[in-house]
Design a protein around this ligand. Structure first.
Ligand SMILES: *Cc1c(COP(=O)(O)O)cnc(C)c1O
Length: 359
């Protein structure tokens, strides 16, 4: 029996992508599967989605090459471009599409000796200040890419929204979208802007291509919502078991650093999941875990392989009973907000020793 499993519900994944397509009927879909498909398993997710999407996107060239080696034939986009000049040859050989965000990348493409030109999205900075050409660089870099025989024409345009999910910064988000459209007016190629939050809330950001990431996995990008609020279904359920059930007396001090003290006689459950599986070490006392249909609070510091829950004095729970850390019945959004992080981080942190199973 596995101590911890990440159960991946492929029908939820299909439900989510089909729902997303209804939200953006005029756009082509790039499924974002970077970081092992947000911890859900790259190949499992890519195989499930391949007939439902137009393209995939990843962050690193090795992720893209491993998909090609597994037979994925759809376009694969490198969201951050490439990090070494030699990669241009790989991009051409593996038929990848790359973002091009600065002068160094333009130079590398100009210098590359390749037979087959590469598809590019020129990336501009519209307000995040992370990657992308600034206003005063756009014209020159665009002209050079358009003049370059190594680049497929027409050149696409891509950017990324920094506050599409942030309450109170709607004006700043609107400015970013408007600026993108202003620059886009002089581009003939495809446009690509919206992430998950853009897809859900900002119709003006819906262009030729959209890039859903977190919503594919049934998770909300907004701090005060969960997937169900958007008619999305959670794809990952992280499951474990009780491996011990024990009585403690009022005043007993529990776990490393005695970080929790029993306020009454109660029953503790020991769940076989810890930070060595990717459960957050900083989960505070009271973080919910779902056991036998009820939410019970964590108690004390999360250990590497185990964590404690307070099952309550009347507990009838037994060794072997299932514990759901997040997913079906317990939104990962709720766990993340208790832990002072975002659900993206929790699902990405699933460790290799966790057994990934699909249903
Ligand atoms: C990760 C990423 C996305 C997907 O973002 P979500 O919020 O998960 O939808 C889209 N575009 C870029 C450039 C990214 O890095």
């Amino acid at each position: 029996m596995n101590a911890v499993s990440a159960i991946i519900n492929t029908s939820a994944l299909v439900h989510n992508i089909e729902h997303i397509k209804k939200l953006v009927p005029k756009s082509k879909i790039i499924a974002v599967v970077k970081a092992n498909a947000y911890g859900h398993g790259l190949f499992l997710v890519a195989n499930t989605l391949v007939d439902h999407v137009d393209a995939f996107a990843v962050a690193r060239i090795d992720e893209a090459i491993s998909m090609r080696n597994k037979g994925v034939q759809k376009p694969i986009i490198l969201l951050e471009g490439f990090f070494a000049d030699e990669d241009v040859e790989l991009i051409s050989n593996y038929n990848l599409t790359t973002a091009v965000h600065d002068k160094e990348q333009v130079e590398a493409i100009e210098k590359a000796r390749i037979d087959k030109p590469i598809s590019c999205f020129f990336k501009i900075n519209i307000g995040m200040h992370r990657l992308g050409a600034n206003k005063d660089e756009i014209e020159e870099l665009k002209q050079r890419l358009n003049a370059c025989k190594n680049v497929v024409k027409p050149l696409g345009l891509i950017s990324h929204l920094s506050v599409a999910d942030t309450a109170g910064l709607e004006d700043y988000n609107n400015e970013q979208i408007e600026y993108f459209h202003k620059i886009a007016a002089s581009f003939d190629g495809d446009l690509c802007l919206a992430n998950s939050a853009g897809i859900l809330s900002w119709p003006k950001s819906h262009t030729d291509w959209v890039r859903p990431g977190i919503i594919l996995y049934g998770i909300s990008p907004f701090a005060d919502k969960c997937g169900y609020d958007h008619n999305l279904e959670p794809v990952m359920t992280l499951k474990s078991r009780l491996i011990a059930v024990r009585r403690v007396k009022q005043g007993d001090r529990v776990g490393y650093g005695a970080a929790w003290r029993a306020e009454r006689d109660t029953v503790l459950g020991i769940v076989a999941t810890g930070y060595g599986d990717g459960y957050p070490r900083n989960a505070p006392n009271g973080t919910p875990v779902l056991i036998n249909g009820r939410e019970v609070p964590t108690a004390g510091h999360v250990c590497m392989d185990m964590l404690f829950v307070d099952l309550g004095p009347d507990s009838k729970d037994k060794v072997g009973d299932e514990a759901i850390l997040w997913g079906d019945g317990l939104p990962v959004e709720k766990v993340a907000s208790r832990c002072g992080t975002i659900p993206y981080e929790l699902v990405c942190h699933i460790m290799p020793r966790v057994n990934v199973e699909c249903i």
